[in-house]
Design a protein around this ligand. Structure first.
Ligand code: H79
Length: 406
């Protein structure tokens, strides 16, 4: 049995529910190869050859400060960094394996530097940890051999204990790679009890084989209705640094993802795979700065507007809601007039968020906002704030979708 009941879960989740936006960092030996974090597996690189990378990594000292500064600027409120990905290389010191950044290269505790950088910017600290391990001699054998299994789970629990003991407060433990064991195999109940003993405020994701504190849809934004969730999304299509994968998301798309997450009451954990030396790269840096400038102006319509409401798909935008207020995030500006169908509640006022009042007509289920500027005040998305008499609802026509799926 877990020591902490649901009520405690809500207490621990409180900051996370309000945080909305976080930075995911995938950084490890694979960053040096630049062909996706699965490169060792996909290219079947022999372990002995791959291990050589562990002697060659020389990131710039404290490069994480730039990540944390960018995260802060973008309006993010927490970070999650790979302390160990599937490759098995630990970015921190631990007595349980010398395949780590302190005992090999760069001879520094990269997790300690990361934690310091997060704290300096006032960001919450998340640790990603891959249970799956392609380096540990028992990482695969543990499936079939009891002695192997015993060693590997001891190793896993020992390393997680180190992470939860040596770096002060840890706000999120983000597990991944449950293969090849089950919750029982990983002794996940015990693992979670240990984490909460050491870190009573920590939240833990749902990838230990147990339900955890929040869901983690990966590379898709699918809200969960009965609990907190966080969509993790890539900037291109890789998590680790992969410069040959150049199809980057734009600020426009990031803002659209943020709106979808907010509308469904969840968070967006947006990934960057820094370069091997720790540098951020183009265009992630500039796109995130654009997102940050937008969030400064319009953040309230994202951070605070997470009340559920069903809505229809529209080409001109989509809603977030806070009580009696709707924010229509207009990301394809229609020109001087904007028409929205299906809103049955009486509208009291309309304005461009932070700007001038707008005129409107409302006849039955057709609302037409008038006198808008010809060009979008903000091409990334201009939220139009609509106040209603009571809680607004949109009556759905055929082909409707949930607000959160729109
Ligand atoms: O850390 C990131 C991924 O490496 C990890 N989770 C995120 C957060 C992840 N591990 N497994 N998976 C995701 C699902 C497996 C996907 C696969 Fe593939 C499809 C493995 C092989 C084919 C993606 C595409 C990875 C390699 C090629």
């Amino acid at each position: 049995m877990l020591k902490n009941p649901m009520t405690d879960r809500e207490r621990r989740l409180k900051w996370f529910r309000d945080a909305r936006f976080g930075m995911f960092i995938h950084w490890g030996l694979y960053s040096m190869l630049g062909r996706h974090e699965w490169v060792m597996n996909r290219e079947r690189i022999p372990l002995k050859e791959y291990e050589k990378l562990a002697g060659k990594w020389q990131p710039k000292p404290n490069c994480m400060r730039d990540w944390a500064k960018l995260a802060k600027k973008a309006g993010m409120r927490y970070m999650v960094m790979t302390t160990k990905h599937h490759e098995g290389f630990c970015l921190f010191n631990t007595k349980h394996t010398d395949y780590n950044a302190v005992k090999r290269s760069p001879g520094r505790d990269l997790v300690a530097e990361y934690v310091e950088a997060c704290r300096a910017e006032g960001l919450k600290v998340g640790f990603y940890y891959s249970l799956m391990d392609w380096h540990h001699p028992d990482g695969v054998k543990c499936m079939k051999n009891d002695a192997s299994w015993a060693r590997f789970t001891e190793f896993t629990h020992g390393v997680v204990r180190d992470l939860c003991t040596n770096y002060g407060k840890v706000d999120i433990m983000w597990f991944d790679g449950g293969w090849p064991l089950s919750a029982e195999g990983w002794r996940s109940h015990e693992l979670i009890n240990m984490i909460l003993d050491l870190q009573p405020d920590c939240i833990i994701n749902n990838r230990t084989g147990l339900e955890g504190d929040f869901g983690t849809p990966e590379n898709r934004i699918v809200p969960e209705k009965t609990r907190m969730w966080e969509a993790c999304m890539t900037f291109n299509h890789s998590w680790g640094y992969t410069p040959i994968d150049t199809n980057y998301k734009s600020a426009w798309e990031v803002i659209s993802m943020l709106r979808q997450c907010a509308a469904g009451g969840g968070n967006l954990l947006l990934n960057i795979g820094p370069m091997p030396d720790g540098s951020l790269y183009h265009p992630c840096d500039t796109e995130l700065e654009r997102v940050g400038r937008w969030m400064k102006k319009y953040g309230k319509s994202i951070y605070e507007a997470t009340d559920p409401m069903e809505q229809e798909w529209m080409i001109t935008g989509a809603f977030t809601r806070k009580g009696d207020t709707l924010y229509y995030h207009c990301n394809r500006w229609p020109g001087k007039e904007l028409a929205i169908g299906g809103l049955r509640c009486k509208i009291l006022s309309a304005k461009i968020m932070g700007g001038a009042a707008l005129k409107f007509t409302q006849k039955a289920d057709r609302l037409v906002i008038k006198g808008m500027p010809e060009k979008a005040p903000d091409a990334l998305s201009t939220p139009i704030e609509l106040k209603f008499e009571g809680e607004p609802r949109q009556q759905l026509g055929p082909g409707h979708r949930l607000l959160s799926e729109a």
